[in-house]
Unconditional design. Structure first.
Length: 100
């Protein structure tokens, strides 16, 4: 249910009230008991929560953090190089064992 802000034009008191869309607006001030309440129109507060909102308004294909995706891609690119180095070292060690 939305929260509405009311202000009394007579005594100046301002308060918030949670009301349904179908409820009638309040008219009588709870402080001075006069029919001088008006709804205060204010900008809507929007709060984005969660991981689905980005400054570019585009989600990454996996739905995760775009910076994480680039790190994963870099890791995948580096992995074959590391594997080749390991294979080379294993081959060298086997060659040195045979020569001894």
């Amino acid at each position: 249910m939305p929260v509405y802000t009311y202000r009394c034009e007579n005594c100046g008191v301002q308060f918030e009230r949670q009301q349904s869309y179908t409820d009638e607006p309040l008219k009588v001030c709870p402080e001075c008991r006069k029919k001088s309440l008006k709804k205060v129109i204010s900008p809507v507060r929007v709060v984005f929560k969660g991981s689905g909102f980005y400054s570019t308004d585009h989600k990454s294909p996996s739905g995760g953090d775009p910076s994480r995706d680039t790190k994963k891609e870099e890791a995948k690119e580096n992995k074959p190089k590391e594997t080749k180095l390991k294979e080379t070292k294993i081959a060298e060690s086997k060659t040195s064992e045979k020569s001894e």
